[in-house]
Design a protein around this ligand. Sequence first.
Ligand code: K1U
Ligand code: ZN
Length: 171
Amino acid sequence: MALLEILEYPDPRLRKIAAPVEQVTPEIQTLIDDMFETMYDAPGIGLAATQVDQHIQLIVMDLSEDKSEPHVFINPEVTVLEGDPEKMQEGCLSVPGYYEDVERIEHVLIKALNREGEAFELEATGLLAVCIQHEMDHLNGKLFIDYLSKLKRTRIKKKLEKQQKAQASAS
Ligand code: K1U
Ligand code: ZN
């Protein structure tokens, strides 16, 4: 397995739209394994293929504390089950160090393919529902900071660009 580089805002590759996976090949399964390793190492609870510069509809997630509940979502589709949006704090491995409240749908139905390419459905509420919506946004080139004010987003962008420049000149 391999650790993959996680793209950081404002990298323009985070804005690419992911294409559907046509077939779950051994190469896709290797990418899934590498994404889990990268997500656990970060550490994080979710990772979209977009974040590792792979522009296909693939998400990995694990909300457990002991890596015991790995979820793979290939070509995910989300349907709203209860419309009332709820605010919850979100973070993002591509926007390191920032946590902000975002409104998301509270109860959703997810339809996707698993690691073996088999179709499944999952009802999600709470953090699972928030995380899947956050990761689906990544596949559509959207980041959680896009829901914030332009002023906040500009501040975050400037701070991250400064950090990235400092890291680049140190290495
Ligand atoms: O998509 C990502 O960048 C991953 C992101 C997922 C997410 C977290 C919270 C709300 C919505 C989506 C993260 O995993 S940020 C890191 C994080 O939340 C965390 C890290 C270690 C332990 C527990 C949580
Ligand atoms: Zn994210």
